[in-house]
Design a binder for this molecule. Sequence first.
Ligand code: PLP
Length: 392
Amino acid sequence: DLQLSDRVNQIKPSPTLAVTNRAAELKAAGKDIIGLGAGEPDFDTPEHIKQAAVEAINNGFTKYTAVDGTPGLKKAIINKLQKDNGLSYEANQILVSCGGKQSFFNLSLALLNPGDEVVIPAPYWVSYPDMVLIAEGVPVVIETDESTRFKITAEQLDAAITDKTRLVVLNSPSNPSGVAYTADELRALAEVLKKYPNVMVATDDMYEYIWWADFAFENILTVCPELYDRTIVLNGVSKAYSMTGWRIGYAAGPAKLIGAMKKIQSQSTSNPTSISQVAAEAALNGGRDCVTPMVTAFKERHDYLIKALNELPGFSCIEGDGAFYAFPSVKEAMKKAGIESDVEFAEKLLNETGVALVPGSAFGAPGYMRLSFATSLDVLKDAISRLDKALA
Ligand code: PLP
């Protein structure tokens, strides 16, 4: 029997991809399936971004670049962080990677020693705990629910930090809940972090541009500049510019940490695709105008979906501030159906209605379901009417 590493045996494949694959299988078998599992915008990448990539190919920009990103893209990132967030960085504080996923992967490998604890608020993006485990760190999960809009409090953060804590991960707007932290809430968390000078904090701002809250986007660093030397800002073009397939994410932080992450990347993937870097540069330099129609569509779908979910028997759902996910509680519906596991409930719904949802336990929050509304309003209406019939 082939022996595999302990490292790989303790992680699981991405459960969101698993649902998407299961739905694809059923679809291939001729079933009428509505996939609400995927975490990617349904829009095409804007034309000026695609054109920049075509020109890059035609100009022969098809060779290795600097491991940490082209000077042009790094400059565009530095300008973005200054303009949008009022944050100042030098080129040696920026690392461009193959998607936001690789940014966090590099961070885990560069920062964690075996046994180091990483505080992760739940519901969380599915990949954080597994990437921490690959780096032999220990995920420490803080549970939340609707009563705090799935946000951790200062007291919870304080209680979760130990002398082994190395990193705290914040993600706002959140995948999967769609909620964002206000400046006051972030300030309260920053007060706690100030007491622990050895703890680093990662702010995953991947959904910054998919935003409709009536307050302005902030992260832990924009509300507390004192944390500059121990904050790593993670962002990328995947969600904002509908560029998931291009694989460009980036990290900004202390030069020493960024240098270590770059070293990891230099011995794994090297530079992200040269062509994609040119496209990402065009995206960031082109500003947010092309994002606006996408956000308008997401907001319209959000408003429809939240209302419709709250009318489904046994479902209840809070409103989000951004991103493109709804995260209803299905606890009552599960009770009514006599089902205890949300994974089983998701399977039942998939089999009976053809609607593919991701069970909350994948995100560390059993009893919920994540629905992606990165799909047309008509498809969402179809999904809701099927669910309504099955649940009635
Ligand atoms: N961070 C969050 C919160 C996400 O939801 C995702 C993607 O699902 C990522 C990071 C990584 O994005 P990508 O690797 O596609 O750039």
